[in-house]
Design a protein around this ligand. Sequence first.
Ligand SMILES: [Zn+2]
Length: 154
Amino acid sequence: MTLTTHATIGAVIGHAVGIPFWAFIFGFISHFLVDMIPHGDTGLSDNFRVHKRKRKRAVAYVVVDAIIALFFVLILANTRDLESIRTFSWGIAGSVIPDLIVGLFEVTKTPALRWFIRLHFYFHDFFVHRKGDVPLYYAIMAQIVLIAYLQTKL
Ligand SMILES: [Zn+2]
């Protein structure tokens, strides 16, 4: 999923559980479960991992996604009266950290993170490998609808 989707789900979880520690834990777990839904990025990650020349596009997608997520979180934090900015923040942190670890592995290739990468992509590719992926365009449209709905819960 996009980081904006993960972050919004994390924010709603944080809001719902109300305790920073559990906001982080449930946000973290939500990342893996939400990633299981096919979301159109198989082509992008194959481009990154296999076709070196198409890497730029995959990297650009991640950069755009990350900055949109940052702006969206700032908009949420600045436009509503959050009961607890701490649970909001920890929910978001937990829900996006798995992709940070994936990114750190791509940058450092540190073997210590390899088990986590395997775990992440076990969930991420669970249905995609069995049923195939959906077109990225539709996946992004669906995520925009989901985010539009979820932000009403904050
Ligand atoms: Zn992920």
